[in-house]
Design a protein around this ligand. Sequence first.
Ligand code: ATP
Length: 253
Amino acid sequence: MLGKWLSAFVSSDLPQPRQAAAAVELVDVRKSYVTEAGQFEALKGIRLQVDAGEFVAVVGKSGSGKSTLINMITGIDRPTGGEVWVAGTPVHTLTENQIAIWRGRTVGVVFQFFQLLPTLTVLENVMLPMDFCDMYDKTARPKRARTLLDLVGVGEQAHKLPANLSGGQQQRVAIARSLANDPPLLVADEPTGNLDSRTAASVLEFFKELAAKGKTIVMVTHDNDLASRSGRIVTVYDGQVLTAERSERGRHV
Ligand SMILES: Nc1ncnc2c1ncn2[C@@H]1O[C@H](COP(=O)(O)OP(=O)(O)OP(=O)(O)O)[C@@H](O)[C@H]1O
């Protein structure tokens, strides 16, 4: 029953991506919320382009709109104006069902608080995106999940529940899960915010390696030192992009 429902869901047709597109392109993206105090504009016309293989750090004061911005890229939240293109797909035009499938195949998402399912083992958590999007042969999924766990250095923990792992280990599992369907784009919201500085540095190094292999990475961080080790810093201020220059040295990591 669940399998049938899942496959109906998975078959939601997605539009053909536009060719030769940037990895991420935000065109005049606006997001407003209706609050008790009236309309609040969290994003006020964001323009941003990220190339394939770039490692971009998004920085800015608390409340400046960083999470809202990256939630536009992942489709977790919808813009109230403007366009969101990811690898040529017009994310702003997709239905909720299409977005779920598109995200599962195209974007790996990493959160500050890991968001692993507590009742599933580490291995099962990593298999989840493959099951959801029906990617890879069913019998190949456990092996792929184990390979990814080995890659991030927590293969030995595969059969434990997440609660039995340290914060750093749980974040590694979350990163392995984000890579399950081999997405071209990784979006991370404060992925090191809950980790000690050594573990945070190792996560950053891993992201750099992924970018060097061609993955596009957009990471929100409060940590200026980590941000300075990414390929490019995008500064958000009061719902707008303040600076997003590429330096020749830092363009690709
Ligand atoms: N659902 C919502 N309803 C109303 N206002 C919201 C909502 N979500 C976010 N906001 C507001 O939008 C602004 C931007 O929020 P956002 O979470 O993107 O900021 P941020 O830069 O990520 O902050 P932080 O660094 O503290 O996580 C904030 O003023 C926030 O209060």
